[in-house]
Design a protein around this ligand. Structure first.
Ligand SMILES: NC(=O)c1ccc[n+]([C@@H]2O[C@H](COP(=O)([O-])OP(=O)(O)OC[C@H]3O[C@@H](n4cnc5c(N)ncnc54)[C@H](OP(=O)(O)O)[C@@H]3O)[C@@H](O)[C@H]2O)c1
Length: 346
């Protein structure tokens, strides 16, 4: 049966302008890292993505290496585009990135022009697209001149293969520099994609978020639920029975991240969420979106129920100063260090 998007798809979503650009993003965007790889079947992926789009989630975030295996998330998304989403291409914001390891040898990771241009071509093929809406440098590469990495973004922008360009996990100083280099080439820096959550505030600590605000660059926060920790589920699950959760994979969410000091910080958030008549997930997303610089909270979901829970955050995005202070107090012993590395092997 042909998919027809819901007529009410724009009724409940809030859209926010990305910095000083002309582009608005949904307050909640959906990423395809880990949950939409090779083991995900089409019907269950489509069920989640179409529900998202039917509720105003117009932005889907990918990267060359998303899967596993690397590339499979873009292939799955390409299938969805070809079979069901094609008529809605102009209502969708699709992003992808290059920066992390994608193929062997010296041209398959980091920030060279050689890697970024080739990777973008590969991503377009996997997704069956002529262009992406946003192409990102996925991480700062201290061993490549920033002029070269930004030059590659500008080239893709000029060729129309990327309508907008962004950076991900760049610290403050490098963000300001990237913005300047791009501006000199006549290309605006649309957006920064850093990690950010109640438990991970590095963009506040090094004032990257303030710099983005000053420069008119939007911000989209990845892992706003600290990969699920902020849902509170790990406070209930025994370490020996992690079910199908991300922690059971022991890949990006290692046992170390489920340390007692972190779980006890999360415990304290339960009461605050309850008083706000929200789930903990909704509290965590509303908290990320409280900053005026924040364009979107970029979630990941494994199930449709999780997506529905996340979208419920939009019902209560306001905080009192008292609530914010209570959140800070609850988590003060449970903070994580999310600051990206600025030294990498050459
Ligand atoms: N730029 C970068 O370097 C970078 C890095 C990481 C991610 N990202 C982007 O950001 C997106 C989101 O990252 P993320 O997946 O780490 O975000 P997240 O939203 O913090 O974590 C997603 C996980 O949280 C759990 N979850 C979500 N909703 C839930 C609910 N209602 N109740 C209970 N658990 C819930 C699920 O865990 P279970 O699977 O355990 O159920 C889900 O897989 C990615 O898909 C990707 O697009 C970018």
């Amino acid at each position: 049966m042909t998919y027809r998007a819901s007529d009410t798809r724009y009724d409940s979503m809030q859209f926010r302008r990305s910095g000083k650009s002309g582009l608005k993003l949904p307050a909640i965007s959906l990423g395809l890292w880990q949950n939409f790889g090779g083991s995900r079947d089409y019907p269950s992926a489509f069920e989640i993505l179409s529900y998202a789009f039917d509720h105003g989630v117009t932005h889907f975030d990918l990267a060359n290496n998303y899967g596993p295996p690397a590339g499979s998330s873009e292939e799955l998304f390409g299938d969805i585009m070809a079979r069901d989403f094609r008529p809605y291409r102009d209502e969708l914001i699709v992003s992808t990135k290059a920066g992390w390891l994608m193929w062997p040898g010296p041209y398959g990771e980091f920030g060279s022009r050689k890697y970024l241009i080739a990777s973008c071509e590969q991503s377009l093929k996997r997704m069956g697209l002529d262009y992406v809406d946003i192409f990102y440098s996925h991480r700062y590469d201290p061993n490549t001149p920033l002029e070269e990495t930004m030059g590659a973004l500008a080239q893709l922008h000029r060729q129309g293969k990327a309508l907008y360009v962004g950076i991900s996990s760049y610290p403050r100083e490098q963000t300001i520099e990237a913005h300047r280099i791009l501006a000199d080439m006549g290309v605006p820096l649309l957006i920064h994609q850093p990690s950010y959550s109640i438990l991970n505030r590095w963009i506040e600590n090094d004032q990257t978020i303030d710099a983005c605000g000053d420069l008119g660059v939007g911000v989209i926060a990845f892992s706003p639920l600290a990969q699920g920790i902020l849902s509170g589920k790990y406070n209930k699950l025994a370490k020996s029975d992690l079910g199908g959760t991300r922690a059971s994979e022991n890949y990006s969410l290692s046992a170390q991240r489920l340390a007692p000091r972190i779980l006890s910080a999360v415990e304290g958030l339960g009461k605050i969420a309850k008083a706000r008549k929200q789930t903990m997930v909704q509290l965590a997303l509303a908290w990320v979106l409280r900053r005026k610089e924040m364009t979107s909270a970029l979630i990941g979901v494994r199930t449709l129920e999780q997506l529905k829970d996340c979208l419920g955050a939009l019902d209560n995005l306001d905080f009192t100063a008292k609530e914010l202070a209570a959140i800070d107090k609850a988590v003060e012993g449970g903070m994580m260090d999310g600051r990206p590395k600025t030294e990498l092997p050459d």
